[in-house]
Ligand binder design. Structure first.
Ligand code: FAD
Length: 457
C-alpha cells in the first residue's frame, strides 16, 4: 500500500504526526513525499522568502534520503495527479489554519476525495491547534494574557515518535520545480541566509538552550546581545516544531524558560486570532479606529525602507532586515512605530514590506504584530504608545554597539552618542542623513489623529 505525504509548513522528518500517519500502523506502507510549488504563490512571495523556502526544501530532501519531490502547479490539479501516479490510498497533511491554507485545503481535499482517496489531517504547526483554546463560555480569547493562561492549562502532546522504518517512494521532481529552486537561490542581492533545515534548527536550539536560555528574560530586549533564539525562520517553515522545543525545557518555571514559553504563546495566540478572524490578516481588528487618517509620503517611506530616516536605532533595524532577512523584536516594534506614528503611514504598507523581506515572514505574527504597534489590534488601548527612537535606543542598546554594527556612517561615534548624532560635532561627518521628521512634533500629531479617529467612530 502507498500513502502520500504532502509537505507544506512542516519541512522536517522528526516529531511529525502527519508522517507517522502516512506510514500507518501496518508495516509495509510505502510513503511518497511531495511539495507542491504553486507558481501563483511563488511569484507573489519576496525573493528572500523564496530563497529561504528553497534552501529549507533542499535541506528537508536530505532528511528524506533524497526522496522529496517538488512538483509545480496548482495543488488542486497536481495532488490528484500524483495520487494516481503513485496509486496512493490516502493523502496526509498537517492541518493548515491560515485563511489561504484553509481555503486551499478545502478545495484540494475535495478533488482528492472525488478520486476515492482518503484525506487525513494530523497536527498543526502549533503546540495547540488554533481554535482549541476557548474561554468558559466557549468563545475565543481576544486578549493575550488570559489566552496564554488557558493555553498553558490546555497543554500539548509529547513530540511524535520517529518512525523507525520508513519505505520512501522514489518520486521524481519536475525539471521546472528544480529550476525554480535554483533560480530562487541564485537571486541577486539576497541577504546572507542562515543554514537551513532541521539539523541547523536543532543545533541552534541546543546552543540557545545551553548558552542563552537562562538569561533570556534579561537579554531578550537587547538587540546588541544576540540573546534570543533566532528560531523564528525555522518555526516558519516547520523545520522544527514548537512541541519539540517545549518538551526540552527542564524547568518551565525558571525565569528564562518561562519567558520563552510566553513568547511561543504569542505565536500561538496570533495564529488563533487569525483562525477565528481571517479578515484580520489585512484589516483592523478593532473597528473603533477605522476613522484614522493616514499619509502616503513616498520619499519618507523609501527612507524608512532603506534605513535612512536619520534616526539611528530605526535605521539600524531596517538595515539589519535588508542585510539578514531578520530583525530583532524590539526593532520590529520601533521601526513599525516610526512608520505608523512618526510618518502616519497605514500599517499594511509596513506589514507588506516586512513580509517580503523577513525569512520568518508570517501573516499571523507579522500582521497582528503590526496592529499591536499601530493600536488597531488585540491590545486594549495602546494608541497613546509612541516609541521614542532615541530613548528606546539608549535603553536597549546602551553602549550603541547595535547601531554601530549596522550603520557604518556612525561607527566613529563613541558609546551612546550614536543615538543622537545631531548632538555631536562629528555626527554628520561620515555621510549619515539628517532626520526626515521631528519625532516630538510627529508624536503630538499621532496622538491628535488617534483621538480624532477614535471619536469619529
Ligand atoms: P525569540 O525571542 O527567541 O522567541 C521565540 C519564538 O517565540 C520566536 O521564534 C517566535 O516564534 C515566537 N515569538 C516571539 N515573540 C513573538 C511575538 N511578539 N509575536 C509572535 N511570536 C513571537 N514573528 C514571526 O515569526 N514572523 C513575523 O513575520 C513577525 N513579524 C513581526 C512584526 C512586528 C511588527 C512585530 C512587533 C513582531 C513580529 N514578529 C514576527 C514577532 C517577533 O518579533 C519574532 O518572532 C522574533 O523577533 C523572532 O526572533 P527569535 O526567534 O529570536 O525570537
Amino acid at each position: 500500500m502507498t500513502s502520500l505525504l504532502w509537505l507544506r509548513r512542516d519541512l522536517r522528518r522528526r516529531d511529525h504526526p502527519a508522517l507517522l500517519s502516512a506510514r500507518g500502523e501496518t508495516p509495509g506502507t510505502d510513503v511518497a513525499v511531495v511539495f507542491v510549488l504553486d507558481p501563483a504563490l511563488w511569484s507573489r512571495s519576496g525573493a528572500v522568502r523564496r530563497a529561504w523556502v528553497a534552501a529549507s526544501l533542499r535541506a528537508a530532501r536530505e532528511e528524506y534520503d533524497d526522496r522529496l519531490a517538488v512538483r509545480v502547479g496548482n495543488p488542486r490539479e497536481v495532488l490528484p495527479a500524483v495520487v494516481s501516479e503513485v496509486g496512493a490510498a490516502s493523502v496526509h497533511v498537517s492541518r493548515e489554519t491560515t485563511p489561504f491554507g484553509v481555503r486551499r485545503d478545502a478545495d484540494v481535499s475535495e478533488a482528492v476525495a472525488a478520486a476515492g482517496t482518503r484525506w487525513v489531517e494530523s497536527g498543526t504547526p502549533y503546540a495547540v491547534g488554533p481554535g482549541l483554546v476557548r474561554n468558559g463560555t466557549g468563545d475565543p480569547y481576544k486578549v493575550f494574557t488570559p489566552f496564554a493562561r488557558a493555553w498553558r492549562e490546555h497543554g500539548w502532546a509529547a513530540p511524535a515518535a520517529n518512525p523507525r522504518r520508513l519505505d520512501l517512494v522514489d518520486l521524481a521532481s519536475d525539471d521546472e520545480g528544480e529550476r525554480l529552486l535554483d533560480e530562487a537561490l541564485a537571486e541577486d542581492d539576497l541577504p546572507a541566509l542562515p543554514d537551513a533545515g532541521e539539523r541547523a534548527a536543532l543545533t541552534r536550539w541546543r546552543t540557545f538552550l545551553d548558552q542563552d536560555l537562562a538569561a533570556y528574560d534579561q537579554a531578550r530586549d537587547r538587540p546588541d546581545l544576540d540573546g534570543t533564539s533566532q528560531l523564528s525562520a525555522y518555526l516558519k517553515v516547520g523545520a522544527v516544531h514548537p512541541r519539540t522545543l517545549l518538551a526540552d525545557l527542564e524547568d518551565e518555571t525558571a525565569p528564562g524558560a518561562a519567558r520563552f514559553v510566553t513568547e511561543l504563546a504569542w505565536r500561538e495566540f496570533y495564529a488563533d486570532v487569525l483562525w477565528h478572524r481571517p479578515d484580520s490578516a489585512w484589516r483592523d481588528l478593532r473597528p473603533q479606529l477605522a476613522g484614522l487618517s493616514y499619509d502616503e509620503p513616498e520619499d519618507a517611506v523609501a527612507a524608512w525602507r532603506s534605513g535612512h530616516t536619520g534616526y539611528p536605532f530605526v535605521d539600524a533595524g531596517m538595515r539589519q532586515l535588508l542585510a539578514t532577512g531578520w530583525m530583532h523584536n524590539r526593532l520590529r516594534m520601533i521601526t513599525a512605530s516610526f512608520l505608523t506614528k512618526d510618518l502616519h503611514v497605514w500599517w499594511p504598507v509596513g506589514a507588506r514590506w516586512f513580509l517580503d523581506h523577513l525569512i520568518d515572514g508570517d501573516v499571523a505574527s507579522n500582521n497582528h504584530g503590526w496592529q499591536w504597534v499601530a493600536g488597531t489590534g488585540t491590545d486594549a488601548a495602546p494608541y497613546f504608545r509612541v516609541f521614542s527612537p532615541v530613548r528606546q535606543g539608549e535603553r536597549f542598546d546602551p553602549d550603541g554597539d547595535y547601531v554601530r554594527r549596522w550603520v557604518p556612517e556612525l561607527a566613529h561615534l563613541p558609546g551612546p552618542a550614536v543615538h543622537q548624532p545631531w548632538a555631536h560635532p562629528e555626527g554628520y561627518t561620515h555621510g549619515y542623513p539628517r532626520r526626515i521628521v521631528d519625532h516630538a512634533e510627529e508624536r503630538v500629531e499621532a496622538l491628535r489623529r488617534y483621538e480624532t479617529g477614535r471619536s469619529a467612530t
